[in-house]
Design a protein around this ligand. Structure first.
Ligand code: AMP
Length: 392
């Protein structure tokens, strides 16, 4: 892995693929974490005496649409990097070429939304080559798009001799390796969320690595039903019953202990205010549905989490968006914080668990919170990401 610390960027123009695909509401960036994540890389290049040409996408534009222009995030980028940022009106046109050419040491140029060109997502090699002509070297710091073989995330790398992992990408890759390749034992994976079908590839990969797996959230009910339980109206997938049994069998072969909830907080309806009652997961009333982990389950999970030395968390333990069913996810967050404080390595990755950690305000108590959704899920499935392979 060639990292930016191994290079002096003095007088070099670096094309930096960043992931500035941030949420915007009423012309305001509502979460700037992805911009913050690129700060160390940009500071290193500028402090060396180099300059940065930043390229990113924003949203899913069909063409050059004003609401997806980088102009919408320019102020936030300038505030985070604490310096003036030059914006180019195009990506590989006259404006970007002349602004890149005139870029001075320590300056930052932000290119317009790269997805304004359909060639980006089509992975067009000529477009990638034109983009590469703007700079002397390439840094990929966009983990969130590393699973896409797009022009600016993957193809462009082949036109550079000097290409590097940015600080954010380096941390993501190291954190994943710390769990999947050299995790200190016992290794625990916590998988929650709505559906087992979307987590099967992760489960199949993780079962070869983990010592313990906690299965929570909606996923747990398919397992409970496969084991002969009565799960009432709880979310489940009948088409996955055999798969669930296979996973349980495979856990025995791989010497992995799977922990399912013992009891669950159930509700008469899928709403925050409906009648609540706790049932054994194997014996839920026919009119109720499971919405959150119950107290006995949490006692069991606490024990497993506090004994783990490496923890991966993907997916909430219940319908955490409803305050009356967020306790399980909240408590799990606390257990992981405590375990991390005691020396365990904890990685939170993939969609809703990251939102949960942010909502609970415990981001800083985890060892690492991933910036990537799809890219993290594919990594946990054991896939090689094209954006990373292109740098090797
Ligand atoms: P995923 O994207 O697969 O990680 O799923 C996250 C979603 O799972 C969240 O929106 C949760 O509300 C939902 N979820 C978790 N537990 C349950 C449950 N017991 N019943 C229904 N949905 C659930």
């Amino acid at each position: 892995m060639r990292t930016i610390d191994q290079f002096n960027f003095k007088d070099k123009k670096a094309l930096v693929r960043v992931d500035f695909n941030v949420p915007i509401d009423n012309n305001r960036v509502t979460d700037n974490s992805r911009i913050m994540a690129a700060k160390d890389t940009i500071d290193k290049v500028c402090n060396d005496g180099g300059s940065c040409i930043l390229v990113s996408h924003l949203g899913r534009p069909q063409a050059a649409e004003k609401k997806y222009s980088m102009l919408n995030i320019l102020c936030e980028v300038e505030a985070v990097f604490n310096r003036k940022v030059i914006l180019s009106k195009d990506i590989i046109g006259h404006d970007s070429t002349s602004k890149a050419k005139n870029l001075k040491s320590g300056q930052i140029l932000l290119l317009e939304n790269v997805r304004f060109h359909k060639e980006e997502t089509q992975g067009d090699i000529r477009f990638a080559e034109e983009l590469s002509k703007l700079a002397d070297c390439f840094i990929n710091d966009a983990f969130g798009t590393a699973h896409r073989a797009h022009a600016s995330t993957t193809l462009v790398a082949q036109f550079f001799k000097d290409k590097f992992f940015g600080k954010c990408l380096e941390s993501e890759v190291k954190s994943i390796r710390k769990v999947l390749k050299n995790g200190e034992k016992p290794v625990l994976a916590i998988l929650g969320g709505a559906k087992i079908s979307t987590k099967i590839p992760i489960l199949k990969n993780i079962i070869k690595i983990a010592d313990h797996i906690i299965i929570g959230g909606g996923m747990a009910f398919t397992f409970a039903k496969a084991l002969g339980g009565k799960i009432g109206l709880s979310i489940h997938e009948d088409s996955m019953l055999e798969t669930a049994k296979d996973i349980l069998d495979s856990s025995i072969e791989n010497n992995v202990k799977i922990h399912l909830p013992i009891d669950v907080v159930c509700s008469l309806e899928f709403s925050n205010s409906s009648t609540r009652k706790i049932f054994d997961i194997m014996n839920i009333d026919k009119n109720f549905q499971g919405m959150d982990a119950g107290p006995k389950s949490l006692d069991l999970f606490k024990n497993v989490v506090l004994n783990a030395k490496t923890i991966l968390w993907n997916g909430p333990l219940g319908v955490f968006e409803f305050s009356n069913f967020s306790n399980g996810t909240k408590m799990l967050g606390k257990f992981i914080s405590k375990s991390t404080k005691n020396g365990a390595f904890s990685l939170v990755g993939g969609g809703d668990s990251v939102s949960a950690v942010k909502k609970l305000n415990i981001e800083s108590q985890m060892s690492y919170v991933s910036t990537g959704g799809g890219a993290m899920l594919e990594s946990l499935e054991g896939k090689n990401l094209p954006g990373i392979s292109a740098l090797l």
